[in-house]
Design a protein around this ligand. Structure first.
Ligand code: ADP
Length: 363
């Protein structure tokens, strides 16, 4: 029987548990054995009890739980070859030759690197007398399948990552709460939201709450943004609006690549627009809580597809990442998706915002 390992890695995202549940149960359905690797790559490097067989009932109740019940971690050891060597040995000892990894672009890059090094790692273990030729014989190829778990919706080639719609809903709820007090006191609120290099959460939160102004990393405002923002805000006020909401993505920058800090925007709205202004940083509440129906559905459908991808993989197929494009679950080459994602970050870093926007548009 084939043994398929499943792990969650990098930042936690609501829906990851649904993905683990789907992979475990689909593996069992296809007459494979399912293993959970606890605490991300840490578990793979440490081995032993960190890699456990999973039965159908072990994932009962997972669908509606937030975060990740099998744990996640940032693992420095796996970044280096000696760490990956230990991971390869543990895989062989446990008899696992397929990994489904639910994580962000970092986790997926690490996974593909692991696959590329796989035969070499095994040979090195034999050369070091840690494993025998017979031990490694059945493990010629490693199958890697990526599932994108991230609240940021920052991976190229997929319309939505597992967790992003739950996070967006949480942000909207928080902005709604702030709205009531803002309206009562006619205040302005600056709300900083997560997203790293990606402005999706900030932009969609702005659209969904009717914010007055939004700052995102991919499309920094013109140099005159302070005046422009005050003009817009004052116009809205003159039309009878009693509150002002400005949303800032955590990665927001100006055209000279200086970070746009909530405190700066607060000073501008206070001093130039004469508004009683407060700053609210939502922080980790954005990550947590019960996954939305959409994320449960996405995680389940994609977990099912991931196991199918493992079963159908051939030595020549590149590692796939499971995506959703125009509402269809599909597979894309993992490395291409990661490379395109990095291109956006590089474009932003180089101040090439037209390219950053074009790449995001193409997604
Ligand atoms: P995310 O998956 O959310 O982007 P990270 O970038 O922190 O989060 O990656 C999670 C883990 O994946 C890291 O702690 C590390 O163990 C592994 N990883 C990330 N990038 C690489 C890489 N280039 N090579 C090997 N492992 C990596």
């Amino acid at each position: 029987k084939r043994r398929i390992g499943v792990m969650t890695s990098g930042g936690d995202a609501p829906g990851m548990n649904g993905a683990v549940r789907a992979v475990v149960r689909m593996a069992i359905h296809y007459d494979c054995e399912a293993y959970a690797i606890f605490e991300g790559y840490d578990g793979l490097v440490k081995g032993g009890d960190m890699i456990k067989p999973m039965q159908w009932e072990d994932v009962r109740g997972f669908l509606s739980e937030g975060g990740t019940l099998i744990g996640t971690a940032r693992c420095m050891e796996f970044m280096e070859r000696p760490g990956r060597l230990k991971a390869a040995k543990n895989m062989v000892l446990k008899g696992i030759d397929a990994l489904v990894i639910c994580g962000g672009d970092g986790s997926l890059t690490g996974a593909d690197k692991f696959r590329a090094e796989w035969p070499g790692l095994l040979q090195e273990l034999v050369d070091n007398n840690e494993l025998s030729q017979e031990d490694i014989q059945p493990f010629k190829h490693l199958n890697i399948v990526g599932l994108v778990g991230s609240i940021d919706n920052d991976l190229s080639m997929t319309d939505a990552t597992i967790g992003c719609y739950t996070s967006l809903a949480r942000i909207c709820e928080a902005v709604d709460s702030v709205d009531t007090t803002a309206t009562s006191h006619q205040r302005a609120f600056i709300i900083e939201v997560m997203g790293r290099h990606c402005g999706w959460l900030a932009l969609m939160a702005g659209v969904s709450t009717g914010a007055d102004f939004v700052f995102i990393p991919e499309n920094p405002p013109e140099e005159t943004w302070a005046d422009d923002m005050c003009k817009i805000v004052k116009k809205h006020r003159s039309m009878g609006k009693r509150k002002t909401i400005v949303i800032i993505a955590e990665g927001a920058i100006d055209r000279n690549k200086n970070k746009i800090k909530p405190s700066m925007v607060k000073d501008i709205l206070s001093n130039q627009a004469g508004l009683d202004t407060r700053v609210t940083t939502l922080g980790h509440v954005q990550r947590g809580g019960t996954p939305s129906a959409y994320d449960r559905m996405l995680a389940t459908l994609q977990g099912v597809e991931a196991v199918k991808a493992v079963i159908e993989a051939t030595p020549d197929t590149p590692s796939p990442v499971i995506c959703i494009i125009e509402n269809k679950i599909c597979r894309r080459p993992l490395l291409e998706a990661v490379a395109q994602t990095k291109e956006v970050a590089v474009a932003i870093d180089n101040g090439d915002f037209a390219k950053a926007m074009q790449l995001r548009d193409a997604e």
